[in-house]
Ligand binder design. Sequence first.
Ligand SMILES: Nc1ncnc2c1ncn2[C@@H]1O[C@H](COP(=O)(O)OP(=O)(O)OP(=O)(O)O)[C@@H](O)[C@H]1O
Ligand SMILES: [Mg+2]
Length: 276
Amino acid sequence: MRNRADVRPAIERVGGAPVVIKLLEGTQGIGVILAPQVKVAEAIIETLHSTKQNVLIQKFIAESRGRDIRALVVGDRVVAAMRRVAEGDEFRSNVHRGGRVEPVTLDPVYEQTAVRSAQIMGLRVAGVDMLESDEGPLVMEVNSSPGLQGIEAATNLDVAGAIIDYIANQVAFPDIDIRQRLSVSTGYGVAELMVHSGAEQVGMKLGDLGLWDRDITVLTLHRGVSVIPNPRKHVVLEAEDRLLCFGKLEEMRSMIPEKRRRRPRVRRLPKEPLGE
Ligand SMILES: Nc1ncnc2c1ncn2[C@@H]1O[C@H](COP(=O)(O)OP(=O)(O)OP(=O)(O)O)[C@@H](O)[C@H]1O
Ligand SMILES: [Mg+2]
């Protein structure tokens, strides 16, 4: 947010005061301010703008009560998690602000959110910070180089060891560009088939789609945030399922519903070229 005129709409957008104002380059809780009223928020933001500092405005999650969760993601697992609890009536849970840490066993929803956040950011190791809201986890930040000392001390877990094990396993199974590797034999390749809501495939068993008869193998089934590897033929399809398939590209192309053809939006050219 850069302009004065953007301030009020931005506050409205997060549901009005109280709001949390954050300096973009803040750390250790410094530069994180709770503004109880719109007027105060405006004054703070204007002051910061006058010193050329950009800010972030967030809804204040009161029910989080000065707590936040740090989940350490390695690969597709949360290997350690802790809760940071603020001191007294402080709303910032940073250890540098006097917060204390405790180990937590995360609810699966929090684990999935953390893993998914790391995946979206393309990170294999990440520290995901979440607030515990009434609506469930709210991701505040995804750190690409999380500190390990604090979380190891809080949980008594060997996080560094988990990272090393993960990397060692990756050496045995290095990343391969499956798309490229599987496009070897002429005409074969990988493609994602979508099951659109309202499609006749919804409610059908995977094995009844006739894919294997058409020489198409289903590698994975993506459903929301979960993945079913090597899905079996008895799996019943749901709307918005995504099937990652290997097979003849021509066969798979015929299964993708054709996009509506783009209508030309330009005016017809005059018969004669425009001259002077
Ligand atoms: N929107 C919010 N609602 C309630 N509490 C919040 C909110 N945003 C932050 N907090 C609290 O303030 C603390 C500090 O915020 P945040 O983590 O965003 O800044 P930081 O710790 O200074 O930055 P960084 O994590 O990048 O070092 C959080 O740990 C959390 O306890
Ligand atoms: Mg923080």
